[in-house]
Ligand binder design. Structure first.
Ligand SMILES: NC(=O)C1=CN([C@@H]2O[C@H](COP(=O)(O)OP(=O)(O)OC[C@H]3O[C@@H](n4cnc5c(N)ncnc54)[C@H](O)[C@@H]3O)[C@@H](O)[C@H]2O)C=CC1
Ligand SMILES: O=C(O)[C@@H]1CCC=N1
Length: 275
């Protein structure tokens, strides 16, 4: 704790860690580390304290966020083990189970979280699960931290790999759809900027309608299909290209990758823990 504010340390402030640092800075003291510390100049200008020293940063943090790559999580946990004793560690790494992290840092309380790059505009969707030793104050702090990133939802850990493949990876799928829609409009001669605005606002509108109406997407889709109208011809083309199968395969492939990654990290870590 520095002054009245809680100190949040972020280890591995790359794309997602940097976005989290920026979102938390108005509300917490934030310390961020990464290997190439000069790349954090932009964050420093926004009030984040930057460092290359993970152990010192972990010592100063009341809460520690890990946003290094999955393959680096175990070694960073070993590095900060002493400094993180008794503290909450929130890992945003894909595919690393709570129980595996707990084996390495048994003295710390573990949160496994997944969010997405919409954190950059405070519209992230953060899914999380945690070890059973967090007290009420820590759980409440967790909610405060996640609410600064956007929406949040506690989930069963069994769902985390699929949620990673859908929600963590999701912006990449949505951008693919939006990009493709823009190209379609460009083929028809629409100006670029107008095509982008139209595609993005349509995506926002459709998402809001889905959430606010509580209706199934199939029902909402049907409402757009005026008989003998325009949209059904577009949908006919999409169905011929097996668009839904393509997305189902994408989510399954990414989920499988998460499971493989998880197994790889577990095997390597268990070998090291036994040694
Ligand atoms: N990019 C995304 O959309 C999301 C990524 N994640 C997770 O966040 C983690 C990071 O992903 P990205 O931000 O995309 O990767 P990234 O490569 O941009 O960030 C990782 C950062 O960790 C730093 N780093 C590596 N070893 C370090 C060490 N020993 N000490 C301190 N810093 C170290 C690197 O310098 C780099 O800046 C991954 O585990 C990923 O699964 C989670 C949600 C969304
Ligand atoms: O692609 C990845 O592995 C990370 C996790 C979710 C989004 N990016």
């Amino acid at each position: 704790m520095s002054g009245n504010k809680t100190t949040v340390t972020i280890i591995g402030a790359g794309i997602i860690g940097g976005a989290i640092a920026e979102a938390l800075t108005p509300h917490f003291n934030v310390i961020a580390t990464r290997r190439k510390v000069h790349k954090l100049n932009g964050l420093e200008e926004k009030g984040v304290k930057v460092s290359q020293d993970n152990r010192d940063a972990a010592r100063k943090g009341d809460v520690i966020i890990l946003s290094v790559k999955p393959s680096q999580v175990i070694s960073v946990l070993k590095e900060i083990k002493e400094e993180a004793k008794g503290k909450v560690i929130i890992s945003f790494a894909a595919a690393i189970p709570t129980e595996l992290m707990k084996k390495v840092v048994s003295g710390s309380k573990i949160v496994r979280a997944m969010t997405n790059t919409a954190v950059k505009v405070r519209k992230g969707y953060t899914l999380y699960t945690h070890s059973d030793d967090l007290n009420d104050e820590e759980l409440s702090l967790l909610c405060t931290i996640f609410s600064k990133l956007g929406e949040k939802q506690r989930v069963d850990e069994a769902h985390m790999d699929v949620l990673t493949a859908m929600s963590g990876s999701g912006p990449a799928y949505i951008f693919t759809v939006v990009e493709a829609m823009i190209y379609g409009a460009l083929r028809e001669g629409l100006p670029r900027a107008l095509a982008l605005q139209a595609a993005a606002h349509t995506a926002i509108g459709a998402s809001c309608l889905l959430l606010e109406s509580g209706k199934h997407p199939a029902e909402l889709r049907d409402m757009v299909l005026t008989p003998g109208g325009v949209t059904i011809d577009g949908i006919y083309e999409l169905e011929e290209s097996r668009i839904r199968t393509a997305f189902m395969k994408a989510i399954s492939a990414a989920s499988s990758r998460a499971r493989v990654l998880s197994e790889e990290v577990r095997r390597k870590a268990e070998g090291e823990i036994e040694e």
